[in-house]
Design a protein around this ligand. Structure first.
Ligand code: SF4
Length: 135
């Protein structure tokens, strides 16, 4: 019988209008495709909010980490409302501040500093995944 590995659901806010939302999406993509590719799956926030049962059941049955681009906490609040309390919730501006990094100003075509900031956020998400899996 195949052993099913525990996976963590990563839920990024879908913020298109704020640079923090762009950083959130890029950082989550790096975790999902590269840093923790075998330990994570993603959940599509708009589909989740639209009521897709599969997406909601996943977030109910597996640990989730939400990542938000600003303190409106759209991903965290949606997850709490529609599925269950996230194991961890990450706020992009808080991470950038803690690392002494400037807030991004571009919503697309991030400059080199902003790409580096997204990498820092991705590393923090990856660390959070490890913590959830080691609980
Ligand atoms: S958390 Fe902020 S950046 Fe993300 S979708 Fe909501 S308002 Fe937009």
């Amino acid at each position: 019988m195949a052993i099913e590995l525990m996976k963590v659901g990563i839920i990024s806010c879908s913020g298109e209008e704020l640079p923090g939302g762009t950083v959130s999406r890029i950082a989550c993509r790096k975790v999902l495709d590269d840093l923790r590719a075998t330990e994570t799956v993603t959940i599509c926030l708009p589909l989740f909010i639209a009521g897709d049962q599969g997406q909601r059941e996943f977030a109910s049955n597996y640990p989730t980490i939400t990542v938000d681009g600003c303190d409106k906490y759209c991903a965290k609040k949606s997850t709490e409302l529609l599925s269950g309390t996230p194991k961890k919730y990450i706020l992009v501006p808080e991470i950038l501040k803690r690392h002494g990094l400037e807030a991004p100003i571009h919503r697309r075509d991030l400059n080199e500093k902003e790409k580096a900031a997204a990498d820092v956020v991705a590393e923090e998400i990856a660390r959070a995944v490890d913590e959830v899996l080691n609980e």
